[in-house]
Structure formats: structure tokens, C-alpha cells
Design a protein around this ligand. Structure first.
Ligand code: SAM
Length: 219
């Protein structure tokens, strides 16, 4: 049902045959984690403030937040970082043991299993809330996160994740001026971000695909 693939940057990912999509873009999971999430969400700049709170929506194996933690610690080894991941599939969490992406902090993510969904490593804490993100997001505090990594399957296969109600939840939990980043530029997502009060713009382009989207809460 899910089989291992190697993406163009030589990092490992999986193809989900039921969904018909892979967990990372074919251009490369590691590159995507850096260029589509950590960089547009200004993780380096946030690290200078000494404290970062990241929401990793559709956590999967956690490449996106593991990259952000690596970037932040490189900039400021003393930075306090809290990562909350939302993921509903325990199987993909168990696959963390089967991959070794070139992301320095990822070795610590190996502590995560379906039975152990949180760990603390120095000043970094990581916790995965297991369940439908549309429900678990409702339990998160408001005005809390500096950055949101939004990485569901595509709007075509998983339109339920790209609805206004979910973006309204993201808006609620984001701090003012926090940034949400996603790989997709699809109309459905962008329109619903707008309806939820987020201001969007083009995100980075990777390979020959369209741009991603970055959206800000600005009040
Ligand atoms: C494109 S993959 C994300 C890959 C991930 N960012 C990584 O680094 O491995 C999408 C993920 O969303 C999860 N997912 C899909 N629908 C979900 C939902 N309603 N709630 C929580 N997770 C969901 C899938 O199980 C899958 O792991």
C-alpha cells in the first residue's frame, strides 16, 4: 500500500498507492522542507528572538519541522523551540525509523513512534497529536504559533483539508504576523485562505512546478 521512493535530491520518501500521491514532491523532500517551509516562514530570523513555536500540519515523518529545528539551532543553538505536529496515520509515524534524510535534527525524530508521540531534546520539544487535524487543531491555543507548515495531500485528492473552516482554525492559532506556508498554489486553497482572513502571496518555485503559497495573519 505504501512503498519507498527516492526523490531527486536523493532523499527517501514513500508513495501512498491508495491516495495516488507521494509524501514529498519528486523534486526532493529535504529541499522542499528547506525552501518551501523553513525559508518562507523566516525560521532563521525567528531563531534570533530565542523562541519559536511551529505547527506542522500533516506531520507525516516530520521532515518539514525537523528541517526548521535544524535551521533554527544552526542560527541560535540556545533557541527554545516547540513543535506541535498534526497527523492521523500511526503507520507513517512508524516509518520514521526507515528513513535517514539529510536533516541534522532528524536523528532525534527517531524517538517518535506510534506509542511515543513526544520527546524533549535540550530546549526543543516535539509533540504529535494523533487524529484528524480538523479536530485536533480545535484543541490548540489561540494566537500561539509563529509558523505553520501546511502539507496535506493535494486539493484534488484531499479537498477537505483545504476548506475555509480549517484555514479559519489556522488563523485562530497563528500569532499576528505569523506565516503559513504550503507547496500548493491551487485556487481552492488560496480562495479559502482569503475567506478565512489570511493574506496570501506566491511562495517559492522549486523545479519546474508552480509556486507555493505563503499566507500571513495581519491584523
Ligand atoms: C503530503 S504528506 C505530508 C508529508 C510530511 N510533511 C512529511 O514530511 O513526511 C500528507 C500527510 O497528511 C496526513 N493526513 C492526511 N489527512 C489528514 C487529516 N485529516 N488529519 C491529519 N493528517 C492527515 C497523511 O497521513 C500524510 O502523512
Amino acid at each position: 500500500m505504501i512503498r519507498k521512493i527516492i526523490t531527486a535530491d536523493n532523499s527517501e520518501s514513500f508513495m501512498n498507492e491508495e491516495v495516488g500521491e507521494s509524501y514529498h514532491s519528486h523534486t526532493g523532500g529535504v529541499e522542499e522542507a528547506l525552501k518551501k517551509y523553513a525559508v518562507p516562514c523566516k525560521i532563521k530570523e525567528l531563531a534570533k528572538t530565542g523562541k519559536i513555536k511551529i505547527l506542522d500540519v500533516c506531520f507525516g515523518m516530520g521532515y518539514n519541522s525537523a528541517m526548521a529545528v535544524s535551521v533554527a539551532l544552526e542560527e541560535n543553538p540556545d533557541c527554545e523551540i516547540e513543535v506541535i505536529g498534526l497527523e492521523y496515520d500511526p503507520d507513517i509515524i512508524s516509518r520514521i525509523q526507515e528513513v535517514n534524510p539529510a536533516i541534522s535534527f532528524f536523528v532525534h525524530y527517531k524517538q517518535l513512534t506510534p506509542q511515543k508521540l513526544e520527546f524533549k531534546q535540550g530546549k526543543v520539544s516535539v509533540k504529535v497529536l494523533l487524529g484528524d487535524a480538523r479536530e485536533t487543531a480545535k484543541t490548540l491555543p489561540e494566537n500561539y504559533f509563529d509558523a505553520v507548515f501546511f502539507d496535506p495531500f493535494s486539493p484534488k485528492t484531499a479537498p477537505e483539508m483545504w476548506q475555509e473552516a480549517f484555514f479559519a482554525e489556522m488563523y485562530r492559532v497563528m500569532k499576528n504576523s505569523a506565516i503559513l506556508a504550503t507547496y500548493s498554489c491551487a485556487r481552492l486553497g488560496r480562495d479559502n485562505m482569503s475567506k478565512a482572513g489570511l493574506l496570501y502571496d506566491d511562495g517559492p518555485i522549486l523545479g519546474r512546478r508552480g509556486p507555493g503559497t505563503i499566507a500571513t495573519k495581519w491584523i
